[in-house]
Design a protein around this ligand. Sequence first.
Ligand code: DX5
Ligand code: ZN
Length: 220
Amino acid sequence: MTQPLIAPSLLAADFANLQRDLELINRSEADYLHFDVMDGVFVPNISFGFPLLDAVRRHCQKPLDVHLMITEPDRYIDAFAKGGAATIHVHYEACTHLHRTLTRIRELGCRAGVALNPHTPISGLVDVLEQLDVILIMSVNPGFGGQSFIPHTIQKIRGLKQLLVANQCPALIEVDGGVGMANAQALLTAGTDVLVAGNSVFGADDPLNAIHQLKNSRQP
Ligand code: DX5
Ligand code: ZN
């Protein structure tokens, strides 16, 4: 039984104790660190950018899973690759030339991901499946941590899994927003490979154990 990949979201960490939280992630069973970049235009919030990426890269031993919630991501993907991103997710809704953008991300040596807002249908992916390493399904409207999971996400993932299998596409399915032990098992059964978790990890009394629980949440 394969275990899911776990990507704690830095957005929910304690920035006054960043080194402590990064060392915790290093010791944990997490597979990636999810890094949310918000520009205040694509989403109604501003988070962080290159200076923090530089600090995180120096202290974090886990591959960085960079989620760009920004307009015109093409302007910045080279810099995020150079800054240490292992994966770069751009938003479907923010890309006029998605095929070109995904191709460029791979040329830069990163895994290419596309993120879909809750209202964006999976059908738009059929012509870029070969350019994709991972699909990030948003299970909240992006912009803030700590929001409630949108239940419809489960059937969206089921449909995406079918689409990938039908096209023999090896891309992973990642889910982001309101993910925790209350929905992990259903998400995995539907076809999810990677769980992003912010508040359910960093807001837990024991974040290491919260990661361990998520890692072991697939039921036989
Ligand atoms: C939301 C971000 C998420 C967020 C998840 O816009 O993309 O990655 O940090 O946080 P939780 O898990 O608390 O919903
Ligand atoms: Zn995210």
